[in-house]
Design a protein around this ligand. Structure first.
Ligand SMILES: Cc1cc2nc3c(=O)[nH]c(=O)nc-3n(C[C@H](O)[C@H](O)[C@H](O)COP(=O)(O)OP(=O)(O)OC[C@H]3O[C@@H](n4cnc5c(N)ncnc54)[C@H](O)[C@@H]3O)c2cc1C
Length: 433
């Protein structure tokens, strides 16, 4: 018998409702669970972290512009008001399709009627020797804290050596996409502020920030005018931009390129792309989609499954016969919402509808006052207008009122100067995941 799935106010007996398990509390998982809030389903969100992370601002945590708590929010608090949504902290190890259960790292099992896989992606190292061991990715809050520690330690060490060393201190950023561009610009500003405000005895000419990419231009998803603008802005901040550079090895304190050059480094920051290989989504199917993502039907179900869905970065969502949706926050949010609607449709014995992506454009910021934005119809905004658009959009999507206020105050403060900031070396970050 079809069950009515309307909002039912007051206390309810949830045990008779179908159980929807959502793995992942990122943009996609949160959007899915929000779409099921107060409906006649029982929802459990499972995540290996007890918080949601706003990945687009991680680079500001890594460069000591924001605190970790400014870009993270407890998943339990997000759903505190919804009586039908619970949270389970833990890493999911496997999905047993035959028994409709998931198995966590502590061997506990959770049964589901519908399962939503929203496990995101991870840094892609392309099998380059030493890269996963020595390069520093930026994909989690722990990554950002680790990188912040490394950068601040490098500055302190340079201060100690300043009297007897003139050797240059090289920071190499691998990848000229939005994350590489944003991190390079912010790193340049961090070094300038550390010298100007913190009294570090450093000669600015000893620092080199080198942004390398195999491609012939930055921000390849943007029009060429935006790439040229980003390069000019980065160079005005002292960043050296090098194209056609292929990394062949990363060592503990050096990087090697295909042309034979070996450069001593204080840190190699890895912003070269993402993959779902090695994540749960990749293990779900015998034949994974592009970038290790789980292939889904137009209504977002795993191929050949009736009750397992994949959304966000974890899913290869068809855009056309030959293309897939990009791995971006708006895609994650939209697929999450769509998936929730489709689960309710299935439970109501209604036909599902295909997902349609509404392009919201893309953006990247370069330092404090500059950004580029490509609008959905292709027009490009640059400079301060782009930067203001970038600020507004990120504040809008950031979860938590307190986080929005803190970040807004922080950015306003920084617009005029950058006297303070969490330039703290917190040792325990090395051991956290
Ligand atoms: C540094 C960086 C900057 C970015 N900047 C932008 C930007 O400016 N604009 C934009 O549109 N997009 C940006 N993106 C992309 C955007 O953040 C992603 O597309 C989006 O986060 C995808 O959301 P998601 O929910 O699919 O995955 P995620 O946000 O990655 O969330 C996945 C969740 O699953 C959990 N998880 C994973 N595996 C397991 C498991 N086995 N068990 C339990 N839990 C698990 C993780 O802990 C995490 O909470 C950026 C990404 C990065 C890394």
């Amino acid at each position: 018998m079809a069950m009515s799935l309307q909002t039912t106010p007051g206390s309810r007996d949830l045990s008779r409702f179908p159980h929807v398990v959502v793995i992942g509390g990122g943009f996609a998982g949160v959007a899915t669970a929000r779409g099921l809030a107060d409906k006649d389903v029982r929802v459990t969100v499972v995540d290996k972290h007890n918080f949601h992370t706003f990945l687009p601002l991680l680079y500001q945590v890594a460069t000591a512009g924001l605190e970790p708590a400014d870009v993270a929010y407890p998943i339990r608090t997000i759903f505190g008001q919804a009586d039908n949504i619970g949270f389970r902290h833990g890493r999911v190890r496997e999905v047993d399709h035959a028994r409709s259960i998931i198995v966590l790292d502590d061997d506990s099992e959770i049964a589901f009627d519908h399962l939503v896989v929203a496990t995101g992606a991870t840094a892609a190292f392309f099998g380059i020797p030493g890269a996963s061991r020595f390069a520093m990715p930026l994909y989690s809050l722990a990554d950002a804290r680790r990188l912040r520690n490394r950068l601040l330690l490098a500055l302190e060490e340079a201060d100690v050596q300043s009297e007897h060393s003139t050797a240059s201190l090289n920071f190499v950023v691998v990848g000229g996409g939005p994350t590489g561009v944003e991190t390079s610009g912010a790193l340049s500003e961090l070094i300038r502020i550390a010298i100007k405000r913190d009294g570090l005895r450093l000669d600015p000419s000893r620092f080199r920030i080198v942004l390398v990419d195999l491609a012939p231009r930055l921000l390849t998803a943007f029009p060429e005018s935006a790439s040229r603008y980003a390069k000019r802005e980065l160079e005005s901040l002292g960043v050296e931009v090098e194209f056609g550079r292929s990394v062949v090895e990363v060592e503990e304190h050096a990087i090697r390129f295909a042309d034979g050059e070996r450069l001593e480094t204080a840190a190699v920051i890895w912003a070269a792309g993402v993959t779902s290989s090695g994540t749960l989504a990749h293990d779900l199917q015998a034949s994974a989609g592009p970038g290790g993502r789980a292939r889904v039907t137009p209504d977002l179900r795993l191929l050949e499954s009736t009750n397992v869905w994949a959304v966000g970065d974890a899913a290869a969502v068809p855009l056309s016969n030959t293309e897939f949706c990009p791995q971006l926050a708006p895609v994650a949010i939209q697929t999450g919402r769509h998936c929730a609607e489709q689960i309710l449709r299935v439970l109501n014995e209604e036909a599902t509808t295909p997902f349609k992506y509404r392009n919201k454009g893309i953006m990247a910021t370069i330092g404090r006052h500059a950004a580029v934005a490509k609008l959905p119809h292709g027009a490009v905004i640059k400079g301060t207008a782009g930067w203001l658009a970038w600020l507004g959009l990120h504040l809008w999507y950031l979860i938590g009122f307190r986080n929005k206020i803190r970040v807004m105050i922080n950015w306003t403060w920084r617009y005029f100067d950058w006297p303070s900031g969490p330039r703290l070396i917190v040792a325990d970050a090395e051991t956290a995941e």
